[in-house]
Each structure stands twice: as C-alpha cells, then as structure tokens.
Design a protein around this ligand. Structure first.
Ligand code: COA
Length: 310
C-alpha cells in the first residue's frame, strides 16, 4: 500500500497587507504587482508570532483532520528556511508543544520545494513500515528576512504554514510517483544573506521550464497521461509561472489551485495552504489524480502525483 496525505491543515496570520499598503512604502503600484505576479494581498505575522507558532497551529489542524493523536506520530519533518533559530529545530519545538513524545524530529532546508522534499521523505519512512504516521510541515516567516525597501522582493512574499499527516492509505490511492531535483549552479539567483536577494528574470525562466517538466514527469512516472490529471497544485509564486505549468498539462483554469492572490508566495507553506482551501471548497475529491509541483532557491524542485483519498 502507498503512503498518502490522510489529513492536512493550515495557518495564516490575521494581518493582511495589501498592494495599496505597499504603495505607501516603496516605489511600486497595485497594478504592477497584480499584472506581473497575480498577488493582491499577503498575510504578515506579528512580532509575537514566530515560525514555530504558525507551524504548531497548522500541525494541530492536520492532526485533527487526520483523526489521530500526537503520540501516534513517529517523525516530525519541518520544511523551512526561516526557523525561529538555527537550533533547536522547529521540529523539536513542535514535538514538545504537540506532546508528540514518540516522534523523532528534524528540519529540512529546500526553500520553496521543502514541503515536496518532506513529503517524499515521509513516504519512504511510512512505506518501509518504519513509522505509521509522519507529520510534515511547510512553514515560513519570510517577513523577517524580507528587505522592505527592495521592491524586487518585498511585494512577493507572505507568512504562513501548511501541514500534512503522511500515512498508509487504501489500495490504489496515495502517492503514485514523485520527482525531486536540485541545481546548485543556480543558487546565485535566489539566496539569503541578511535578506532575500533575487534575480527575478532568471528564477522566472527556470521556474517556467521546471514546473512544466516536473508536472509531466510525475504524471508519466505514475503510468498516466496528462489527460488523466484532474487537478494541479503549483507552488504559489507567481500566477504567470503557475499558468505555464497548467497549460503544459492542458488543464482548464478551474482545475488549478490558486491562492497566490490572497497569500502571496509563502515558500514551503504555499502548496499545503492552497490544498487546504481546495479541499474545503470542494475542488479536490476522493480518487482525483492531483499533481503537486514546486520550485525554489537552491535551486530545488519537487513534484508528486497523488490519487487523492485515505
Ligand atoms: C519578479 C518578477 C515578478 C518581475 O517580473 P518581470 O516581468 O520579470 O519584470 P522585469 O524583470 O521585466 O522588471 C520590469 C521592471 O519593473 C521593475 N520592478 C521590479 N519590481 C517592481 C515593483 N515591485 N514595482 C514596480 N516596478 C518593479 C524593475 O526594476 C524593472 O524595471 P527596469 O526595466 O527599469 O529595470 C518576475 O521576474 C518573477 O516572478 N520572477 C520569479 C520570482 C519568484 O517566483 N521568486 C520566488 C521563487 S520561490
């Protein structure tokens, strides 16, 4: 039996920062941001809410939706590039707060593709019968590494957390295939020193190519064709990049997850956050073939093809 996502959850801070709010701070416009990125607003965590706090809320939501209790979790994997501090890891902080006393815990650094990396690791532990349930969290407080004077990056990012419980699911369902990849030669295009620095055009070119390719690759690895795909959940970085991967799969607009307008790019959290909204609003149903695909700094990328359902 395959591993699948038996419960997912999310948390976004309540504070909304609109494009108009940013107009007041930097030389940009609502029109520029909307047409170039699709972003209308983003959520920003307050000073008392750190990465682990958001991770905790999303994890509680996923645990509740999975119908398990925290003591049943064998491992916690937190994908983040904005941990509260270098160590202890966010995963160990969660382990304590959740009372997940039987869980091993670690953080993973794969930027915006981090949730994909985490789920693939979890799948292997679950399918090898090492752990029954693995909690995977994608979480970022990017606002603390955003240069609010740099219009190239300040308009793009938001804070938030998404989480999933990865466990065995019924025959035929679950993760059918995956792809992970990295190209360190592109590391110079998107990195953090004090703040996030980015060569937008280079990242854009890479993302358009990689998102389309990876989405098609996982579909084929699952023994399917693009016509079999019911729904696409791309990393919510930029609507134009998302659209290019949707077109590559030949899907109509309503078959692509879209939350970038509400939350901006929340890095490792964007895919699970978007998927939670899709499930709640009935866009993803049991037995749908769902492709998740992400890319990020590193450069890194990852994709999953899932037959949805427990
Ligand atoms: C950043 C991005 C939206 C820029 O869009 P673009 O169409 O490539 O825009 P360009 O690079 O052609 O820039 C056009 C102009 O807008 C300017 N500009 C940049 N940010 C701006 C902003 N927030 N407001 C107004 N103008 C802005 C640029 O300075 C440039 O001006 P110039 O030509 O005088 O130098 C786009 O490159 C992108 O999305 N890249 C990928 C970023 C990403 O996803 N990063 C996260 C990866 S996980």
């Amino acid at each position: 039996m395959n591993a699948g996502l038996i419960g997912i959850g999310k948390f976004v801070p309540s504070k909304v920062v609109t494009n108009k709010d940013l107009e007041a701070r930097i030389d940009t416009s609502d029109e520029w941001i909307r047409t170039r990125t699709g972003i209308e607003e983003r959520r920003i965590a307050d000073e008392n809410t750190d990465t682990s706090d958001m991770a905790y809320e999303a994890a509680l939501d996923a645990i509740k939706n999975a119908g398990i209790n925290a003591e049943e979790i064998g491992m916690i994997i937190v994908a983040t590039v904005t941990p509260d501090r270098p160590f202890p890891s966010v995963a160990t902080m969660l382990q304590e707060r959740l009372g997940a006393k039987n869980a091993a815990a670690m953080d993973v650094s794969a930027a915006c593709a981090g949730f994909m990396y985490g789920v693939v690791m979890a799948k292997h532990f679950v399918e090898a019968d090492t752990y029954k349930h693995v909690l995977v969290v994608g979480v970022e407080k990017l606002s603390k590494v955003t240069d609010w004077e740099d219009r190239n990056t300040a308009v793009l990012f938001g804070d938030g957390a998404g989480a999933a419980i990865v466990s065995k699911v019924s025959e035929g369902r679950g993760i059918l295939s995956f792809e992970l990849g990295a190209d360190g030669t592109g590391g110079k295009h998107l990195y953090q020193d004090r703040y996030i620095r980015m060569n937008g055009r280079e990242v854009f070119k890479f993302a358009v190519r990689q998102m389309g390719e990876s989405a098609v690759n996982v579909t084929e690895k699952a023994g399917l064709t693009t016509e079999d795909v019911d729904y696409l959940v791309p990393h919510q970085a930029n609507i134009r990049i998302m659209e290019s991967s949707r077109e590559r799969l030949g899907l109509p607009v309503e078959k692509m997850s879209k939350s970038v307008h509400k939350y901006g790019n929340t890095s490792a959290a964007s895919i699970p956050i978007s998927l939670v909204d899709d499930l709640q609003e009935g866009r993803v149903k049991d037995d749908d073939i769902v492709v998740l695909v992400g890319f990020g700094g590193g450069l890194t990328w990852g994709a999953l093809c899932i037959k949805w359902g427990k």
